[in-house]
Design a protein around this ligand. Sequence first.
Ligand code: NAP
Ligand code: GDD
Length: 336
Amino acid sequence: MNMDMKTAVITGVNGQDGSYLSELLLAKGYRVVGLKRRTSTINTGRIDHLMPNPNFVMRYYDLHDASCINRTFDEFRPDEVYNLAAQSHVAVSFELPEYTSDGICRGTLNLLEAVRRVSPSHECRYYQASSSEMYGDSLPTEETGFNEKSPLCPVSPYAVAKVYAHHMTQTYRKAYGIHASCGILFNHESPRRGETFVTRKITMAAAKIRHGLQKELRLGNLDARRDWGHAKDYVEAMWLMLQQPKGDDYIVATGQTHSIREFLDEVFAYADLGDWKQYVRFDARFLRANEVPFLLGDSTKARQTLGWRPKYDMRKLAQSMYRSDQAMIASAQVAY
Ligand code: NAP
Ligand code: GDD
């Protein structure tokens, strides 16, 4: 190994963000140590293309097991740690509140303790995946949306746990001088987005309807508004945060908000399927015990301090996700 090479540890490496961040860091000449949990079936589809790279190393890990973190840190002495692992589905967190909270809260604390232990003189930098879901059912007081000073009003077990992890990261930064940053990322999607999140559910359904493989699409609340960006843009902001002289908190968002209806308009028009109302059926199973009605982020601080800019807006994002799903379904049909 080249001694000048930086080493980054990424938890949740096989998730949407973990895969894009790994690509970015490998392209920048890092050694990437990717941590993933053991599953009974193989779920490395997003990172299989990285496996042949000698600078990409994988280790097993679980948010609920501190010993694997300590072993990994002792073995690799990371320069940067990106904590991306989480049970990240908000609706599922109502069904699995203990599991979701324990993983996010204890998992974050274990990592912060490990950073403090292996890096007493603060060389190791830490990134925490905080979330716009922490703003909950409050509305922004500014027209430009939520900013880093807006109050946090979480309304799901997932969001409450993310608030804990957010405050714990700030606490370790203040108490021990750790270079720790929280990225308050608004919703970000991509062709690699999990299929149970609303955007991907919609683009997959449109592609299947186009090919005659699906007749209807069942959804819950169509009035919620989200600030949707592309995951590839957002992982760049994560890296930029850790290149600053000090740790800090930054909102990462496009500054535009759209309803689920508007996302449907965009995808079904692009797929040339006519009015989506012909296909979409309301299904109360997809409603949540509490809803976050409105998200819009003001990323002025990230734009000014990090020089970060998103390249994708909702329209470009929706079109690229549909194109990718359409191509995948078309090639699967050829294969059959
Ligand atoms: P994702 O695709 O759901 O990936 C989550 C990763 O965490 C997966 O690799 C998953 O492994 C892993 N994981 C889950 N439970 C685990 C456990 N008990 N032990 C070890 N690993 C575990 O999420 P994402 O969209 O990439 O998001 C990355 C992070 O950013 C998450 O913390 C999420 O909460 C946060 N975030 C996401 C968004 C967004 O819009 N995408 C916005 C704000 C914040 P499996 O594949 O085995 O499940
Ligand atoms: N998943 C899903 N499925 N959501 C639906 C459906 C459906 O069938 N029908 C309507 N929705 C609505 C949800 O009620 C919610 O208001 C909105 O679509 C977005 O839901 P998701 O795509 O599941 O994302 P999320 O906003 O709850 O959470 C995502 O973004 C957070 C950042 O704000 C996740 O990636 C979180 O991990 C992330 O922290």
